[in-house]
Design a binder for this molecule. Structure first.
Ligand code: GLN
Length: 459
């Protein structure tokens, strides 16, 4: 894994052009399938500019990988779907504008579950992403490519998106750091939507320090996203001994739990005050998430009609036949399943029974977090309940959905949460999740920075 400091050190004596070529050589030989689209010519041109002293900014000359649901002007953006196989956005997402302003070099667009629906990147139209620590296993999802490219030295930074865990899961499975920011901190302008009320673009990196810098750059005001909170983010390290709560309802299998318990012991020994909190609403959170997320997805994905852009058919038919055919052929199985689930949950006869109930649960989840975070500065849990799965291991959808049990409550509430590597079990990475109050990313990052140092020595 390459940190910004390591990259900068090499830039002192080597050409950026050569270093970027080295990254592409690695990607071209790689078996990870982390990228859908590479933009080598563009990236090398930018690297040359850096070598000529024509690039400035906080990320000048630093290679970054972008999840393929984030719009990049002139660079194909597929969202992992056949539906957008040839789509080239005519504009940049807000976060891309910011990255360019700071001199970052975009390496390519990373592989992901189709429309970010999944936990393993197995639903991508462009094939599964493999785990950098074991090629027979998944890299997590839906930002699997962003996790794998960092774990496999194929980028220094990456962007992901997180609707119900899609940054934290691959961060945990690939041994990197990933953060889902507070809802509204990072503009969603240019993010191809899956479930608007839940998702955020967020940073992924090889160290907490790099993650904090990337967050500072992508966060901020943007009037083009009406849910944007209109605030900037500046990381302020805080050495306070926070009060940390273990969430009783969040856990994992035996292996994961035993590592989590070891981590808790370390946290106590570092002088943090640790207690336990109970979140009674969490037993309904997963079900509520899958109703809200699929409901929003069913309405968001109605725009893919094969007329305005994206996958289209040569032969024209009546509107309804054409529309059905395009959507049957353009979407994969999981996306269709979710459109049907969501349409059902929102339908006149079932709206009250499912969707409205799910919204009520959402309020309860928020309240549980609010009361827990009134007592504790931060909350912790394992990020994922299991180690990275074998490819194909999670055969049925429900088993897959259940893997999101620790990550989805965060999105329902809109609070920030980070996944931090806590070493390896059987040579596979494990992550712990650190949650905090709205807009208190600095507390989370400070705590993560302290833990990172110790975890690296101990695990
Ligand atoms: N696994 C969850 C889902 O499929 C989360 C995905 C995400 O965060 N984009 O909905």
């Amino acid at each position: 894994m390459i940190t910004i400091d390591e990259w900068k050190e090499r830039l002192e004596s080597e050409k950026c052009y050569d270093l970027v070529c080295e990254i592409y050589d690695r990607i071209e030989k790689s078996k990870l399938n982390a990228y859908i689209t590479l933009c080598k010519d563009l990236a090398l041109k930018e690297a040359e500019k850096y070598d000529k002293g024509q690039k400035s900014g906080k990320l000048a000359g630093i290679p970054i990988a972008i999840k393929d649901c984030i719009s990049t002007k002139g660079i194909r953006t597929t969202c992992g779907s056949k539906m957008l196989e040839n789509y080239i956005p005519p504009f940049d997402a807000h976060v891309i504008e910011n990255l360019k302003r700071e001199g970052a070099i975009i390496i390519g667009k990373t592989n992901m579950d189709e429309f970010a629906m999944g936990t393993t990147t197995e639903t991508s139209y462009f094939g599964v992403v493999r785990n950098p620590y074991d090629l027979s296993r998944v890299a997590g999802g839906s930002s699997g490519g962003s996790g794998a490219c960092l774990g496999g030295d194929e980028a220094v930074l990456a962007l992901g998106s997180d609707t119900g865990g899609s940054i934290r899961c691959p961060a945990s499975f690939c041994g990197v750091v990933g953060l889902k920011p507070t809802y509204g901190l990072v503009s969603r302008y240019g993010l191809i939507p899956y479930a608007n009320s839940l998702e955020q673009i967020g940073p992924m990196a090889c160290s907490v320090k790099d993650l904090a810098l990337l967050l500072e750059i992508i966060a901020g005001k943007d009037e083009r996203d009406s849910t944007n909170a209109g605030r900037e983010f500046k990381f302020e390290y805080c050495s306070k001994k926070f009060k940390v709560g273990i969430v009783k309802e969040m856990g994992g299998n035996e292996e994961v739990n035993s590592r989590f318990e070891e981590a808790v012991e370390i946290i106590k020994n570092m002088g943090f005050e640790v207690g336990e909190v109970s979140m009674p609403s969490f037993k309904y959170a997963l079900a509520a998430y899958y109703i809200i997320a699929t409901g929003e997805a069913s309405s968001n994905l109605a725009r893919y009609d094969g007329v305005r852009y994206g996958f289209a058919l040569e032969e024209l038919d009546s509107w309804t036949k054409y529309f059905s055919k395009v959507r049957s052929l353009g979407f994969g199985e999981e996306v269709k399943r979710r459109i049907m689930l969501g349409t059902y949950a929102l339908s006149a006869g079932y709206y009250g029974k499912y969707y409205l109930k799910a919204l009520k649960v959402r309020t309860l989840v928020k309240r549980d977090f609010e009361s827990a975070l009134a007592k504790y500065d931060l909350l912790i849990s394992p990020t994922m309940p299991a180690l990275p799965f074998k490819i194909g291991e999670l055969a049925d959808p429900l088993t897959m959905y259940k893997m999101d049990v620790n990550t989805v409550p965060i999105n329902l509430a809109g609070i920030p949460a980070l996944s931090l590597p806590a070493g390896f079990i059987k040579s596979l990475p494990v992550g712990i999740q650190i949650m905090g109050n709205y807009f208190e990313e600095s507390k989370i990052l400070s705590f993560a920075m302290d833990l990172e140092k110790v975890f690296k020595e101990v695990f």
